[in-house]
Write a protein that binds this ligand. Sequence first.
Ligand SMILES: C[S@@+](CC[C@H](N)C(=O)[O-])C[C@H]1O[C@@H](n2cnc3c(N)ncnc32)[C@H](O)[C@@H]1O
Length: 280
Amino acid sequence: MKPAEPSPQVKLPYFDYLLELLKDGNEAVAKSFGRHVHWGYWENPKQAMLSTEDFGQAAEELSAQVCQAGNIHNGLDVLDVGCGFGGTIAHINERYVRMGLVGLNLDDRQLERARATVTANGHNRIEFHQGDACALPFPDQSFDVVLAVECIFHFPDRAQFFKEAYRVLKPGGYLALSDFVPKKKLLPFTRMKLPDWRFYGKCNLQFSADHYRKLAALTQFDCLVERDITVNTLPTYRYLRKLAMHQGKIASTSAVAETLGAEILSRLALLSYVIYAFKK
Ligand SMILES: C[S@@+](CC[C@H](N)C(=O)[O-])C[C@H]1O[C@@H](n2cnc3c(N)ncnc32)[C@H](O)[C@@H]1O
């Protein structure tokens, strides 16, 4: 295995906040974001119950949808880039056998939780590594599937990540991801300079569906899935409001403003939540 390149630690205040609450034993936060740290997917959004259990299931289902796009099945080597607390690795581990599962993250604190909470069943292997999505510390052609669930907007460079994913995939392998994708008319506004203290940290929301198509062609990936699931994710915003009310306090003004901004843009169909799958 190539040694991990030195990489800058990622500054994500929302993870500092979550880790603090998890350390304090906050049960609602543990059930909502102690495993997956992403939006939920509801097949029938109108029937969303918005209980903690309901959100937990919806978050599980989002991982399932990305795995399905990535053609996950038994006997594969899978790399989950930006693996958070290892929720998607755990999801695969609980459903498939003969899997070689590797989670990669810049943040050691998240990896520590992943290692402590995710244990391989008797039929799988699991490893968690520290490293940067744009300099993957793995040999060429080592994985059947590369996943990146709701994290690519944090990576320093999507093109470099695609190049790296292509390199580490075996021929015929899949790259599957989920991302917030702006409509063309939103693009000029996404280039506005924002303050540095944002709750969700640096998020590059300037990559449109056209950019994805061009990037796929440039990196020689075939785009097999481009699925707008915005409507299936919208109950997440109501759930986040409910969770904040239950906590009795908000994380920060910036957390409220940024989440509300994303909700308004999504409801106005200016920002889409999209699942992509690409084949090498
Ligand atoms: C919204 S969270 C998603 C976590 C996980 N994929 C999930 O769905 O639960 C974004 C993740 O991307 C990770 N991340 C951000 N930049 C990264 C980079 N350059 N390389 C690897 N991971 C990165 C963060 O540490 C965080 O775990």
